[in-house]
Ligand binder design. Structure first.
Ligand code: GLN
Length: 199
């Protein structure tokens, strides 16, 4: 059994748990406290509100533990707000620089809410290196504007008025996705993530 932790502080963690339940050989673990991280083989940081999830990570003393998981090669995937939380550098499309907490584990620069407000949500197909074409839901999604080694941008979409926009990135054992694979039920993404556990 592969134990996949899903950070369950705020946001749509239940959707991730539901998909994980449908995969063979996977036991989802809802992570609320540092102790819950002790036995996970992989970790998903879900979408939601990155400022809220960030504050709760700090309040519950989870940051160091997540950083040591990353350090030890445990696969970590951040989706939407989760991708924001993995980033070294964050700004907001309308308010500019933010001093919100992030884990700073991936060499990526993200711009929050890059595609506008909730009503500008959309679904698009994205070709992602090593994963293939996935159906992706973008809800107040960030843009992955820049990446530097060992991180690289692995998927782009063409968005009206913005041109070619980075929406996924990979750095060793870590994956940042600007969208929600759990909403479109994109199992391909999870199967890929689980292969990182075994790699
Ligand atoms: N806009 C949110 C943030 O930056 C992310 C939205 C989402 O996860 N769907 O925290």
């Amino acid at each position: 059994m592969v134990r996949v932790g899903v950070l369950a502080l705020q946001g749509d963690f239940l959707e991730h748990v539901q998909i994980l339940r449908e995969l063979d050989g996977v036991e989802p673990v809802a992570v609320k406290r540092a102790d819950d991280l002790s036995s996970v083989d992989a970790l998903i940081i879900p979408g939601g509100e990155s400022t809220t999830i960030g504050s709760l990570i700090v309040a519950r003393g989870l940051a160091d533990k997540i950083a040591s998981l990353a350090e030890s090669g445990t696969p970590i995937m951040g989706t939407c707000a989760g991708a924001v939380l993995l980033a070294k550098s964050v700004s907001d499309k309308t308010v500019g620089p933010t001093d919100q907490f992030t884990l700073k584990l991936m060499n990526i620069e993200v711009v929050r809410n890059a595609f506008g407000r909730q009503r500008e949500s959309f679904i698009a197909d994205v070709d992602i290196d090593e994963i293939g074409r996935v159906r992706a839901a973008f809800i107040r999604a960030p843009e992955i504007k820049n990446a530097w080694p060992p991180a690289r941008i692995t998927g782009f979409i063409d968005y009206p008025g913005m041109g070619r926009v980075g929406v996924s990135a990979k750095q060793d054992n870590m994956l940042a996705l600007a969208f929600h694979p759990e909403i479109t039920g994109e199992k391909k993404v999870y199967e890929y993530f689980l292969r990182l556990v075994k790699a």
